[in-house]
Ligand binder design. Structure first.
Ligand code: AMP
Length: 201
């Protein structure tokens, strides 16, 4: 049972590393951004509601986001562990998650912070915009997302550091190297990967 968060500025490689952690530790990758994007693509009522907000680089309301995470964490695959990717992103969401987990007698095991240089991050995002055609990856939206992250989400780091949960990992470099740093830091906390997946990673 491993309950993890991964946080970092847009473009720090959260999604890539989250996919590695998912296969390595046998926990589902719960990305609020991916869930919102799937809803937008399928033109669900939620998708229609959030599309303009996401395209502008602002955050979806805490109310909508919290409700989404609550129902996702009730699904079978998340009962014994999870990696939350891109959530919580505001102090209100931190508080909501605390209460939600406490209500189930659960707690977080670690919070992985991917640290990355701003210029590097913007370059990565522009590359992704071309490769994946993400409509929230325009230059203005990228810049705006960095500002929103600095204002709304970076304060969360201190909260988790104070709780002794924070693992800071240098997010720059090869994907395998970053994944290795995460695995080492988790191992130091007694959180081990599945043996088979480590061999294949
Ligand atoms: P991401 O893929 O994690 O970068 O998320 C893409 C976009 O989805 C963000 O820029 C926000 O507009 C929205 N979003 C994702 N997660 C959250 C969250 N926890 N709170 C509010 N908005 C979110």
């Amino acid at each position: 049972m491993t309950r993890l968060l991964i946080v970092g500025p847009p473009g720090a490689g959260k999604g890539t590393q989250a996919a590695r952690i998912t296969s390595g530790y046998g926990v589902p990758d719960i990305s609020t951004g991916d869930i919102f994007r799937a809803n937008i693509k399928n033109e669900t009522p939620l998708g229609v509601q959030v599309k303009a907000i996401i395209d502008s680089g602002d955050y979806v309301s805490d109310e909508l986001t919290n409700a989404l995470v609550k129902s996702r964490l009730e699904e079978d695959d998340a009962l014994d562990g999870f990696l939350l990717d891109g959530y919580p992103r505001t102090l209100e969401q931190v508080q909501y998650l605390d209460e939600l987990l406490a209500g189930k007698g659960q707690a977080l095991d670690a919070v992985i912070q991917l640290v990355a240089d701003q210029d590097e991050v913007v370059a990565r995002l522009r590359k992704r915009a071309i490769e994946q055609g993400r409509t929230d990856d325009t230059e203005d939206a990228i810049r705006h997302r960095q500002e929103v992250y600095a204002r709304e989400t970076s304060p969360l780091i201190a909260v988790y550091r104070d709780r002794g949960l924070l693992i800071e990992v240098d997010g720059l470099g090869e994907i395998d190297d970053v994944a290795g740093r995460i695995a080492d830091a988790l191992a130091e906390r007694g959180i081990a990967a599945n043996e088979s997946s480590v061999e294949s990673a």
